[in-house]
Write a protein that binds this ligand. Structure first.
Ligand code: NAD
Ligand code: UGA
Length: 435
């Protein structure tokens, strides 16, 4: 049984803690947020992630998982310390490493025995070396330690499955022996393990996220061209996806990417490039294409309604993707602000994210039922493709809308069926002008 400390109990840290515990390790999960830890001790999750509550409960009961705010308690007997704190964007796009620095400094001051410190947070290339310097200079007495980069590749909403069945594990270190020890922890996952140097491991993470974001922006650019030429981007994506060199995933055209990852990571990679005098022109275009989607959705709706002034618009979905409550850089926020700025009254419904969304969307009236929200609306906009929206009673909704206008930002409905039901329906990239 290995003893592991995980620092940060957010989306990554809590999933990592629960999954490593489930693999038979003893895990102490730590956070500086006292409320989060107090709640976790009572079995209350700080985030919504399918299956997480049960996994945490099972491992706490088995005595393999515990929670603390004390670094001394978390590090006592630990052989491995995973840093899984946030690395949000600074104003200039650079990753803000203050939480990583705090964690590294506190580890250094608290550790009493040799330790492998593992960066799970997404951190700019060179951060591993920087963390090693911080630890060395903050240690009261020299105690041996190594730094290993082990970037996380999980996606929210399917995080446990992604952790337990990863496509690969990437490890980077200047200390091969330390990397091998971290590799041992991941052996039960039976995925390919790549051991490389620190900087390369850090770069693999950014390059992977930037590539996925590029793939989405690519299909969104194709969607625009499809509209102009009368083709259907959904079928284009299917036709492309059968080519194994392309693959069918991440080719859903629509409102584009948001969340806590792609936006900040593409920005941070572009920042790293520019800082070294490189011109990241593809990354810049990928971001431009992406953020245009949000404006385009509102402009299209305005075209459909004539004007947005005084109109009531209902948003179906607020979270940046289905099966999460995460509202970080969610397209819904920009869309709601833009609608309100153009004079519309905004209503919103989301199965999970309503509570977290309230502070971010003060202009919106929240509803806990999509049918009630639709009553008297001039239009609906599909923002998040929750499964329950695919099964809505569209005939009932048609009858309760003031005007049967739907802008489908995630291409979840069939345009021909919507037309049959009498909707004025538009979406992205399917036939002339998306309609
Ligand atoms: P999060 O904001 O959900 O959680 C971070 C946690 O760290 C918070 O609970 C915070 O209180 C805690 N924290 C901050 N400073 C601390 C400190 N000094 N000591 C202890 N705890 C501290 O973040 P997240 O979404 O889990 O992301 C964490 C990192 O993982 C980021 O770098 C992110 O880019 C990366 N990542 C995230 C995902 C994802 O799907 N969310 C996936 C892969 C990688
Ligand atoms: C993403 C990556 O998929 C993970 O591998 C990575 O670990 C994580 O970022 C991270 O580094 O933090 P996540 O942001 O949770 O995970 O969600 P995704 O499923 O990748 O979706 C990201 C965004 O792209 C969402 O807004 C989604 O709606 C959008 N998207 C996704 C599309 O617009 N089209 C698609 O075809 C796929």
């Amino acid at each position: 049984m290995k003893q592991i400390c995980v620092i940060g109990v957010g989306y990554v840290g809590l999933v990592t803690s629960a999954c490593f515990a489930d693999l038979g390790n003893r895990v102490v999960a730590l956070d500086v947020n006292e409320q989060r830890i107090a709640n976790l001790k009572k079995g209350v999750m700080p985030i919504y992630e399918p299956g997480l509550e049960e996994l945490v409960e099972r491992n706490v009961k088995a005595g393999r998982l515990s929670f603390t705010t004390s670094y001394a308690e978390a590090l006592k007997g630990a052989q491995f310390a995973f840093i899984a704190v946030g690395t949000p964007s600074s104003v200039n796009g650079e990753a803000d490493l203050q939480y990583v620095a705090d964690a590294a400094r506190t580890i250094a001051r608290t550790m009493t025995a040799s330790l492998i410190i593992i960066n799970k947070s997404t951190v700019p290339v060179g951060t591993g070396d920087w963390v090693a310097d911080i630890v060395k200079s903050a240690q009261p007495e020299p105690i041996p330690f190594s730094v290993v980069s082990c970037p996380e590749f999980l996606s929210e909403g399917v995080a446990i499955g992604d952790f337990m069945q990863p496509h690969r594990t990437v490890l980077g270190s200047l200390d091969r022996e330390a990397a091998e020890q971290v590799a041992q922890l991941h052996l039960p996952l039976r995925a390919p393990i790549i051991i490389t140097d620190l900087r390369t491991a850090e770069m693999i993470k950014y390059a992977s996220n930037a590539f996925l974001a590029t793939k989405i922006s690519f299909i969104n650019e194709i969607a625009n061209i499809c509209e102009a030429l009368g083709a259907d981007v959904k079928e284009v994506a299917v036709g492309m996806g059968y080519d194994k060199r392309i693959g069918s995933l991440f080719l859903n055209a629509g409102l584009g990417w948001g969340g806590s990852c792609f936006p900040k990571d593409v920005k941070a990679l572009a920042f790293m490039a520019a800082e070294k005098g490189r011109h990241p022109q593809l990354l810049n275009a990928v971001m431009d294409i992406n953020y245009d989607r949000r404006k385009m959705a509102v402009t299209r709706l305005e075209e459909m309604l004539g004007s947005l002034d005084g109109k009531v618009v209902g948003l179906l979905g607020l979270a940046f993707k289905p099966n999460t409550d995460d509202m970080r850089d969610a397209p819904s926020v920009d869309i709601a602000q833009d609608l309100a700025a153009r004079g519309a009254a905004v209503r919103a419904y989301d199965p999970i994210a309503l509570e977290g969304a309230r502070a971010l969307l003060p202009e919106a009236t929240m509803f806990t039922d999509p049918y009630r929200m639709a009553e008297g609306c001039d239009a609906l906009v599909v923002v998040t493709e929750w499964n329950e929206f695919k099964q809505l009673d569209l005939e009932r909704i048609h009858g309760s809308l003031k005007r049967p206008v739907v802008f489908d930002g995630r291409n979840i409905y069939d345009p021909a069926y919507m037309e049959l039901l009498g909707y004025e329906y538009r979406c992205f990239g399917r036939g002339s002008d998306g309609g």
